[in-house]
Design a protein around this ligand. Sequence first.
Ligand SMILES: NC(=O)c1ccc[n+]([C@@H]2O[C@H](COP(=O)([O-])OP(=O)(O)OC[C@H]3O[C@@H](n4cnc5c(N)ncnc54)[C@H](O)[C@@H]3O)[C@@H](O)[C@H]2O)c1
Length: 355
Amino acid sequence: MNVKTISASDLHRFCSDVLKQSLPEEESEIIAETLVDADLRGVTSHGVQRMSGYLQRMEKGIIERKTEITVTQNNFATVLLDANNGWGQVAGVKAMNMAIQKAEQYGTSFVGVANSNHFGTASFYTRMVAERGFIGISMTNASPIMVPFGAKEPSLGPNPISIAIPAGENQRPIILDMSTSNVARGKIMVAKKNNEAIPEGWAITKDGKQTTNPHEAWEGFVLPMGPKGSGLAIIIDILSGVLTGSLFGKRMPRQYDDPYPQRLGHLFGAINIESFGDPDLFYKHVQEKIEETISSEPSEGFDRVYMPGDLELQRKKEREETGIPISTEILNELKETGEKYGVDLKDYTQQKQAE
Ligand SMILES: NC(=O)c1ccc[n+]([C@@H]2O[C@H](COP(=O)([O-])OP(=O)(O)OC[C@H]3O[C@@H](n4cnc5c(N)ncnc54)[C@H](O)[C@@H]3O)[C@@H](O)[C@H]2O)c1
């Protein structure tokens, strides 16, 4: 695969300038930040390669250009927002900021969002909470392209969940961020764009057969992370979709196939550690937990043991220095998207041939 590298700041400016042609400036900045953040951390499946798909839905009028969020319910420690078919990233940042404020006041808080769209990576929002020194939780339901364990027909999204745990000032937090499928479907999308085979176990064809062909896999369905991934996806569908009064399961239109608003739901939570005990003692014990985990002797075939979030953090540090590698196929797609909006990718990039 041919790859070129672009600095995070150039990529951010390009994405926000493209988005600004249709969306308010502040909202464009938020969306660009979430996309580049994913690429910085090596989560290509949810990085800038998502732009064209998002914009196509917006061009067709399936997603609103401006995200007008309304408050449906505001109780002591819980809020229900309506994203009114706006952008999931804009709703996510607003909702999590509210959850943090409520947790400062009431100890813990949950904020639900109804009638939203794809919000990108779940940990973008939980990391906001960990930076505040609280525990963050986020989840969303998604397009029904995953089969429940043992089923032939899809009725679940690869519904992701993230939990971020702070470990004190200047200490890296623990950041679990996972789809409930074996891998995020976005990885199949990237493999399809780059024409690369996928490993077995990621997806099945429409007829229920295992496949390593990314095109067949895209037409087919992703597999849950066993019965436990399937069970967790059902719970997330209920907490994000049913609880917020959003669409759920089979009735949700699919992001890449159906020309209707998805009206999906998210749930965001924040736990103020002080409401349970001494935060400093908590952070100390979290650091001990990290230490006992990463100091475990690696088993055969492993170099070392990582905490959730460590590999992404390591990639972020590297890519902040060296830039973000992007395949020429995805770069061409970005270039075409830019051209549609009168934004020339060349004006933003000092591209270096990396491989
Ligand atoms: N918005 C949506 O609808 C949607 C749907 C699905 C997935 N997603 C996002 O896709 C992204 C990718 O999801 P995924 O399930 O493919 O992620 P993944 O399989 O790459 O990683 C999942 C988790 O495992 C941890 N991990 C990976 N290797 C590890 C190791 N060797 N040791 C310790 N921990 C390790 C990671 O740090 C991460 O927390 C996530 O950010 C998720 O939120 C979003």
